[in-house]
Ligand binder design. Structure first.
Ligand SMILES: [Fe+2]
Ligand SMILES: [Fe+2]
Length: 408
């Protein structure tokens, strides 16, 4: 999942270093890559990545902006999906979704061909490093979804077998996505040890309500990212540096289906769509996801440029489209189509650059912390400005189709 990293930090997310379930480890092992040859890995050592062993990359250090692994209150989840306790569960809709997931449209889609390795070998220098970083972020995010959905499928089996099976089938999709990305990483001689990550990475606790907002947004923003990259490369085939992107058209349909499932879940939990607190949380999670993506991508604009994309334009398009999609179900979303919104986002980029520069300087740790303080304060103030900025009342019943669309 591309998840709301800012949300963890701002909520002071309860994190727990959990030993993951043995079952998860076994499933994780299935998504593991083939190791690459040591000699080529040595050649890649100049890229500055640390390895755990030959061909296996040490995971990037966790930060506010890196994808997280999530856990939740599974007892509360069981209550929410109990047919006896929740009269709002539309089982006809879930049954229809289950049969669609069982159809497994992408069963034969993720098959690699001989062009991958050669294309990877042709990506050299700084572009190679940013490619590997992109693959690692994407693989970790997909794998995070796999772990959470797998566990939900297991825990809800008795309470609601239909919903449980959908979660299990979604974890099938995410394992495929993560495995495909990890194989791509092995083309660059640096794969991830997903079994090791399962057992050793921190798990962030989100209560079910937050999981629903965050996963809905992650899936939909994932859809818009993949389809936008795919369409751009269809129009500009010369920028197709690596065959992975050719798979994005069908791949993004998986993410779209996952998002639609969370939309059905939210409809079955009207308490998370009604009232002022739901509106505030909806807006908060939208902003967390948008800000995380905007800052992350602008920190790595060279990657998007290597594909011929203009980072700011690409990000704005993805955020605006995700926001429009989200407005169909969330009770409130930020108004992303005003110049003020983007001015605020630009201010965050400037402040984030300052924070990165401080982090990379040779100053002693104590001095770095002192230098960070006013910047972090400013950053928090700008975030607050975004949060109290213009919002759009939305939701399935609240859309006013005659309202003019603001131009920025
Ligand atoms: Fe995925
Ligand atoms: Fe997904």
């Amino acid at each position: 999942m591309v998840v709301a990293s800012f949300a963890n930090s701002l909520l002071g997310g309860r994190t727990a270093l959990r030993q993951a379930q043995a079952q998860q480890s076994r499933s994780a092992a299935r998504a593991q890559p083939v190791r690459a040859a040591a000699t080529v890995a040595e050649k890649d050592a100049s890229l500055g990545f640390k390895t755990m062993r030959s061909g296996i990359k040490e995971a990037a250090a966790e930060s506010v902006l890196t994808p997280r692994f999530y856990t939740t209150d599974f007892d509360e989840m069981e209550e929410l999906f109990s047919l006896e306790k929740n009269p709002n569960l539309d089982m006809d809709e879930f049954d229809a979704m289950l049969s669609e997931f069982k159809t497994d449209y992408n069963q034969t889609h993720f098959v690699r061909n001989e062009t991958f390795k050669k294309a990877a070998d042709n990506i050299t220098g700084p572009a190679r490093k940013i490619f590997i970083e992109f693959l690692e972020r994407s693989c970790t995010a997909e794998f995070s979804g796999f772990l959470l959905y797998k566990e939900l499928g297991r825990r809800l089996k008795k309470t609601n077998p239909v919903v449980a099976e959908i979660f299990t089938l979604m974890s099938r999709d995410e394992a495929r996505h993560a495995g495909f990305l990890n194989k791509a990483m092995s083309d660059f001689n640096l794969a991830l040890d997903l079994g090791f990550l399962t057992k050793n990475r921190k798990y962030t606790f989100f209560k079910p309500q937050y999981i629903f907002y965050a996963t809905y947004l992650s899936e939909k923003i994932g859809y818009w990212r993949y389809i936008s990259i795919y369409r751009h490369l269809q129009r500009n085939p010369d920028n197709q540096l690596y065959p992975l992107f050719e798979y994005f058209e069908n791949w993004c349909q998986d993410e779209n289906r996952h998002g639609d499932f969370f939309s059905a879940i939210l409809k079955s939990q009207p308490q998370f769509l009604d009232g002022w607190t739901s509106k505030l949380w909806s807006r908060f999670f939208c902003l967390s996801v948008y800000v995380t993506m905007y800052l992350n991508d602008h920190q790595r604009s060279a990657f998007y440029e290597s594909l011929g994309l203009e980072t700011t334009q690409f990000n704005r398009h993805v955020i605006i489209e995700t926001n429009k999609t989200t407005a169909r179900i969330f009770p409130e979303v930020p108004d992303c189509e005003t110049p003020e919104f983007w001015d605020q986002m630009e201010k965050l980029i400037v402040l984030n650059k300052k924070l990165v520069a401080i982090g990379q300087s040779d100053a002693p740790a104590i001095l770095k912390n002192l230098q960070r303080l006013p910047v972090v304060e400013r950053f928090a103030a700008e975030l607050l400005q975004l949060f109290i900025g213009k919002a759009v009342a939305s939701g399935a019943d609240g859309i006013d189709s005659s309202a003019p669309i603001p131009v920025y």
